[in-house]
Design a protein around this ligand. Structure first.
Ligand SMILES: *Cc1c(COP(=O)(O)O)cnc(C)c1O
Length: 220
C-alpha cells in the first residue's frame, strides 16, 4: 500500500512550491480495486476517495460510509444524465461537469435534492476529440452559463493528453480558473501529481500509485 509514500511526496511538493502543508487534497482513486486494498487505506485513516462509475460506487460505499465515519466521495468519471439522481445521493463532489445538457439537468436536480456537491468543470485542455470536457475557448462562456443556472462552481478539472508534457496543460487550467474566479484545481494523477502541485493543484487524483495496478474493468 503506497498511501504513506504518496502523502510524503505530496507534502514535499507542497513545500517545494511554497504552499502550506495540507493545501493539496489527496483523492485516492479506488475504482476497480479489490475491497481489501480500499479497506487498508480506510484503516490507515484516509477518508477522501474518487470513483468513476455511479453503479460501482453505489454498490461499495454506503457500507463503508457506515463503518468509517467522515468519508468524502468524489465523482471523477463521465456522468450520464440518467444517473444524476443516485450520483447526487452518493457524491460530495463532481469533477466531470463537462457539457451544457448536464449542467441544465444538474441545476434542476439540485433544486429538488436541496444540496449541491462541490462542482468542477472538466476542461479538455488538449482538445482531444475522444475526450470529454469543455474546450478551452468555450470554458469562460460555460462557467457563465452554469452561474446563470444558479450552479455554484468550485473549480476546474483536466486530464492532459497521455503523450504530452502535462505542465502546460496544468498551467493553462490554472489561468482559466484564475480569470473565472474559481479556487479549485483538480489536476494530477499517479504519474504527474508533483508537476500539478507545482502548478497550483488543490486536488490530486491518485489511483494506481496508492493501490497498485488496476486489473479488470467492470462493464458499467
Ligand atoms: C483512474 C483515474 C485517475 C487515477 O489514475 P492513476 O493513474 O491510477 O493515478 C485519476 N483521474 C481520473 C479522471 C481517472 O479516471
Amino acid at each position: 500500500m503506497g498511501l504513506s509514500k504518496i502523502i510524503t511526496r505530496i507534502r514535499a511538493a507542497e513545500a517545494a512550491a511554497d504552499r502550506a502543508p495540507g493545501a493539496v487534497t489527496l483523492i485516492a482513486v479506488s475504482k476497480i480495486q479489490p475491497p481489501d486494498r480500499v479497506e487498508a487505506v480506510l484503516d490507515a485513516g484516509h477518508r477522501v476517495f474518487g470513483e468513476n462509475y455511479v453503479q460501482e460506487a453505489g454498490a461499495k460505499w454506503p457500507a463503508w460510509r457506515d463503518r468509517y465515519p467522515g468519508v468524502e466521495l468524489h465523482m471523477i468519471g463521465p456522468l450520464q444524465t440518467n444517473k444524476l439522481k443516485p450520483a447526487l445521493a452518493l457524491f460530495d463532489a463532481i469533477h466531470t461537469l463537462d457539457r451544457p445538457s448536464l449542467a441544465q439537468k444538474l441545476a434542476r436536480q439540485v433544486q429538488a435534492h436541496g444540496t449541491c456537491p462541490r462542482l468542477f468543470v472538466q476542461v479538455n485542455t488538449g482538445r482531444e476529440p475522444q475526450k470529454a470536457g469543455i474546450l478551452p475557448d468555450e470554458t469562460d462562456g460555460f462557467v457563465s452559463a452554469c452561474r446563470a443556472l444558479d450552479l455554484r462552481l468550485y473549480g476546474l478539472m483536466c486530464i492532459p493528453p497521455d503523450d504530452q508534457d502535462p505542465q502546460p496543460h496544468f498551467r493553462a487550467l490554472r489561468e482559466m480558473a484564475e480569470r473565472n474566479g474559481l479556487s479549485g484545481l483538480s489536476m494530477g494523477m499517479s504519474a504527474d501529481f508533483e508537476t500539478a502541485i507545482a502548478e497550483g493543484a488543490t486536488h490530486v487524483r491518485v489511483g494506481s500509485a496508492i493501490f497498485g495496478a488496476r486489473t479488470v474493468r467492470p462493464s458499467a
